[in-house]
Design a protein around this ligand. Structure first.
Ligand SMILES: Cc1cc2nc3c(=O)[nH]c(=O)nc-3n(C[C@H](O)[C@H](O)[C@H](O)COP(=O)(O)O)c2cc1C
Length: 210
């Protein structure tokens, strides 16, 4: 197969720039994402790009919850209270340690976007496909943040899976948190990480019955 790099003349400059962006994107550890964050207009653009995810049946099976400013501290403190209530029998020192971590869980990055999957269970489109679409929204949001000049990280954790946290964040029955996306500026540039061995994960189908 001819590599696209073998025929750079065929690739418009904008496409080269896009590939360079995809190649250079890396998640930054949440604790290493700081100010500045996106402006309101930049965040709006990111969310608009995120919504351009494939969506079988155009069901829009996702929505956003933005946590920014003072709401980050307040939401974190509420999650810390949930953590304490849900781990009442935990060894006290360990519980206090995790409560302290939880009390700042949304406080590092200037903006946190929760991508909520809200599949329509009465639609003909399988719920799995609708949930995949929410994952695609998360990925688009990471790419858009990077393209606009910010760093981000897609995480889940206690916020996504605790019943109490779901209630605090306003996640309805039938909804799931697909991603908690922290967005801001990297305080340290992350090193590249090991990437999959393409040959180990790729096969070519051939008709064995022929
Ligand atoms: C659905 C989903 C949930 C994730 N949750 C966490 C998490 O809770 N904590 C974490 O450290 N990384 C989590 N990750 C991994 C990071 O988002 C990120 O992919 C990883 O650090 C690799 O970095 P890269 O984006 O630079 O390849 C999650 C990834 C996905 C797709």
């Amino acid at each position: 197969m001819t590599d696209i790099a073998d025929r750079p003349d065929r690739m418009p400059r904008a496409e080269k720039a896009l590939l360079a962006l995809l190649e250079s994107r890396r998640s930054t550890a949440v604790g290493l994402i700081g100010e500045p964050g996106p402006s309101e207009a930049e965040l709006r653009r990111m969310l608009a790009y995120a919504c351009r995810a494939p969506d079988h049946g155009a069901l829009e099976p996702w929505r956003f919850i933005v946590i920014e400013g003072g709401a980050r501290r307040r939401a974190s403190e509420r999650l810390s209270e949930c953590y304490a209530a849900e781990n009442a029998t935990m060894e006290p020192a360990k519980r206090a340690k995790f409560m302290a971590i939880m009390a700042r869980v949304f406080c590092a990055a200037p903006v946190v976007v929760i991508v909520v999957s809200r599949p329509d269970r009465n639609a003909k489109i399988p719920v799995f496909e609708q949930e995949l679409s929410a994952g695609a929204v998360c990925m688009n949001l990471l790419t858009a943040a990077h393209a606009i000049g910010f760093s981000a990280n897609w995480v889940t954790g206690f916020a996504a899976y605790s019943a109490g946290a779901r209630e605090v964040l306003g996640i309805a029955a039938g909804e799931k948190i697909a991603g908690v996306i922290h967005i801001g500026t990297a305080l340290e540039k992350p090193a590249e990480r090991k990437r999959p061995d393409l040959d180990a994960i790729t096969t070519r189908w051939s008709d064995k019955s022929a």
